[in-house]
Write a protein that binds this ligand. Structure first.
Ligand code: FEO
Length: 395
């Protein structure tokens, strides 16, 4: 595996091929925890890995340098997937000073016993000279946590971006031009939708800071390194940070005895037209990660649930609770669903869609027991309205 980013700058992280549940994110292609070693007149480790893989990181590091040579460990982000190995790493690198910002120090000291670590605090705009090169620090609060920051090497036009621009994607290749672009963008989009989407405003601020830097290569804390497609991922983040819609209609539903499924089918049929991507998603045939990824760039969403115990079915409720936290913005939406002797499902969906401040295009579509031909025509008409709205989107 080629791990060299630039002369004297190498990847020394850990590939987590088999992880499939990353605090409820469905990581179907695994992930990686990226750490980087910079060898200059000073030697620096940038970020670490999850605690169980500390010794794998130290083995990678020892293959390139004597651990007692390491002068600094940079902590760009205190979340345990990147800082969990710090206690073991700081013990194994006797000369190293930990470099982080004040908020990061405070967070780390609540996770770990940092009392014996040498710590140097840095803030946005400060730099650390390594000899031929220097590290510049750019604080990026809330991308992903309050203490997060970028580390930038101007001499190499190289940005260590921690979570930003990452992907949960384990690959034996380390660079964007060595893997399928389609898979890479799919994973970067899923990562944005499921981790970064609620942080649209901080992301926009962060992109503004990045725009002031000359960037040729972006080395994130997960997935592969952007060296040929850095401009593309920066542009994609511009689009995703505002949930820029594409002409796409989603019909997402759960059903009990097939009535809500029949309504969903009619809505999909009504929405389908040339130039519009219409997709049907049964929540129990998908997962939260895939659904959030689809919603990110949808123009319109019809969401349905049969009534169970006067409310939504449980997986429909789980999806809407998850989306409510991720806060996708700027969607047109409508609720639908069947009930038996009393209402509840479609009404609860409608309330959840309104809580996300979507443009609700009509009152909920309802059917009692079985949808009548009139109700099915109403569903087709509602789908047609969503399809027409989506078609107006200019990409
Ligand atoms: Fe990959 Fe916010 O940690």
């Amino acid at each position: 595996m080629n791990t060299t980013l630039r002369e004297g700058i190498d990847w020394v992280g850990y590939l987590d091929w088999t992880v499939r549940d990353f605090h409820s994110y469905h990581t179907e292609r695994g992930t990686s925890y990226n750490a980087y070693l910079v060898r200059d007149e000073k030697t620096v480790l940038i970020d670490t890995v999850k605690a169980p893989y500390a010794d794998r990181l130290l083995k990678n590091l020892a293959a390139l340098t004597d651990p007692s040579n390491v002068d600094y460990v940079i902590c760009n982000h205190a979340e345990p997937d990147h800082a969990g190995a710090l206690p073991r790493v700081m013990e194994a690198l006797p000369r190293a000073t930990l470099v982080c910002n004040r908020k990061c120090q405070s967070t780390l000291s609540q996770y770990y016993d940092a009392s014996r670590w040498k710590i140097r605090l840095v803030a946005s705009g400060e730099e650390l000279s390594l000899g031929r090169r220097a590290l510049h620090f750019v604080e990026t609060p809330m991308v992903h946590w309050p203490e997060s920051m970028f580390t930038y090497v101007p001499e190499e036009k190289l940005l260590f971006s921690m979570d930003a621009f990452g992907q949960h994607y384990a690959s034996s290749e380390r660079f964007d031009d060595e893997v399928s672009l389609c898979t890479l963008i799919e994973e970067a989009k899923a990562y944005y939708a499921n981790i970064v989407m609620p942080l649209g405003k901080p992301v926009a601020a962060c992109l503004k800071k990045a725009a002031g830097l000359e960037i040729e290569m972006i080395a994130p804390a997960h997935g592969v390194i952007w060296r040929s497609r850095a401009a593309e991922i920066l542009q994609a983040y511009e689009d995703w940070s505002v949930c820029r819609p594409t002409p796409k209609v989603l019909v997402i539903y759960d059903t009990m005895w097939g009535s809500t499924a029949a309504m969903a089918g009619e809505i999909l049929e009504g929405a389908s037209r040339p130039g519009v991507e219409a997709k049907l998603i049964h929540v129990r045939g998908s997962n939260l990660t895939q659904i959030a990824t689809e919603v990110l760039d949808a123009a319109a969403v019809a969401f349905g649930s049969a009534t169970l115990n006067r409310g939504m079915m449980p997986m429909a409720a789980a999806v809407l609770s998850y989306l409510g936290g991720l806060r996708p913005v700027g969607k047109a939406g409508l609720a639908f669903g069947s009930c038996g002797w009393g209402p509840g499902g479609a009404e609860a969906v409608d309330a959840a869609l309104r809580a996300m401040q979507w443009e609700i295009v009509r009152e909920p579509l309802r059917a009692q027991y079985r949808p009548t031909p009139e109700v099915l025509s109403e569903c087709a008409a509602a789908g047609k309205m969503l399809g027409e709205k989506a078609k107006q989107i200019v990409v």
